[in-house]
Structure formats: C-alpha cells, structure tokens
Design a binder for this molecule. Structure first.
Ligand code: HEM
Length: 180
C-alpha cells in the first residue's frame, strides 16, 4: 500500500483524535516501518489493517465507518494531487465508471506497485451505474466514501447501495442511482 495512504490517514487521526492517539495506535501495532511513513514509500497492507483495528478499539468506531470517513478525506487529497485527472470528467457516473479503465490505469503508471481493486461495470446509463468491486483488501467502504465525494464534487446527489457477494467484503456489488 502506498505511503500517501498512511501519511494522510495518520494526519486525519491527529486532526480528529490528537497526536496522543497517533502515538497510541502506532505503539499498539507491530509495524515493520515502526510507524515512519513517507508519501512515496510502499508498505504492507497489514500495517494499515493494524492501525485501523487499534483505532477502532480505542474509539469504538467500526472499521467500516473509519474507512468511510477516511475516504471522504482522501478524496480531497486526490483533488489536490491529481486535479487534471478529475478535471477531465464532467459527470460523476462517467468518472466512477472510468476508475478501472482510465483512472487507476494512470495510477499504475505513476506507482507500478500500487495495490488497486478491480471494478467491473455491469450496467451503465446516464443516471444509473452498477459495478462489481473486487479486492483482497476488502476496502469497499473506502470505495463508497470516494463515490459519495465524487457526486458532491459535481454538485449532484445519488443513492449508493451495495450488496456483498462475498461475506468478507472482498467482492461487492455497488448500485448507484443518480438523483435528478
Ligand atoms: C486505492 C488513486 C479515484 C477506489 C487507491 C490508491 C491510489 C488511488 C493511489 C492506493 C493504492 C495503494 O495503496 O497501493 C486514485 C486516484 C483517483 C482515484 C488518483 C482519482 C483521481 C477512485 C475512485 C474510486 C476509487 C473514484 C471509487 C470508485 C479505490 C479503492 C481503493 C483505491 C476502493 C483501495 C484499494 C483496494 O480496495 O484494494 N486509489 N483513485 N478510486 N481506490 Fe482509487
């Protein structure tokens, strides 16, 4: 997992819960990196999982909710760091349905070792999109948060539902209905 995910995550933890919480979750986790992350580095996903698990234990907020809030923050990072990618879209359904075929393809060019999910579009029209998320990291709540923020970014709203195809969240169908 890319370092920028860790640096942004710990910044958000500091912002919401204070520096003591950052120190606490780092010391409660067994981290090969010792909690020193650089934005351009690459670290094991298990480090993120431990940080999330410990933050969840300390705050009593579920991992799913933590991932959702983190994704909403991460969207602003994407807008800040990749403005031209986002500016190439005029519509949220166009953007979300292009994550697999365009956006993450560009991400792979910048970071060849990025660990990305796959999104397969099932059905798409002007105000409706269904697609299947697959990833061993089961970060579908992170995807949900990014999708919600994508609609907000284009000053639109949507009803976004999902159904787990696999109970562990490694395969999830998203159903997105734009509200016009
Ligand atoms: C992960 C880039 C838009 C879904 C990531 C990662 C990067 C990235 C750098 C981390 C990879 C790693 O740690 O190795 C971008 C950029 C975007 C964008 C530059 C737009 C400018 C989106 C959107 C969605 C999405 C709109 C939702 C449909 C995800 C998910 C992950 C992820 C779910 C977590 C990894 C996983 O589930 O396996 N993305 N992304 N991304 N992205 Fe994107």
């Amino acid at each position: 997992m890319k370092g920028i995910v860790f640096t942004e995550f710990l910044d958000l933890v500091e912002d919401k819960f204070g520096l003591e919480m950052v120190d606490k979750i780092i010391s409660q986790s067994k981290l090969e990196s010792k909690g020193y992350y650089t934005a351009v580095g690459t670290y094991s996903f298990s480090e993120m999982l431990q940080l999330l698990q410990n933050l969840s234990l300390n705050t009593k907020i579920s991992i799913d909710n933590l991932l959702l809030v983190f994704a909403e923050h991460f969207f602003s990072v994407l807008v800040r760091d990749y403005p031209s990618v986002i500016a190439s879209y005029k519509d949220p359904i166009e953007m979300i349905s292009s994550v697999e075929s365009h956006i993450h393809v560009e991400v792979k060019k910048i970071y060849p070792n990025a660990e990305l999910p796959t999104f397969t579009v099932v059905e798409k029209c002007n105000d409706y999109l269904s697609m299947i998320y697959k990833s061993g990291r089961a970060m579908h709540y992170f995807g949900l948060g990014l999708m919600k923020k994508t609609f907000e970014h284009f000053n639109t709203t949507a009803k976004i539902d999902f159904q787990k195809i696999k109970d562990d969240g490694t395969e999830v169908k998203f159903i997105i209905q734009k509200i016009t």
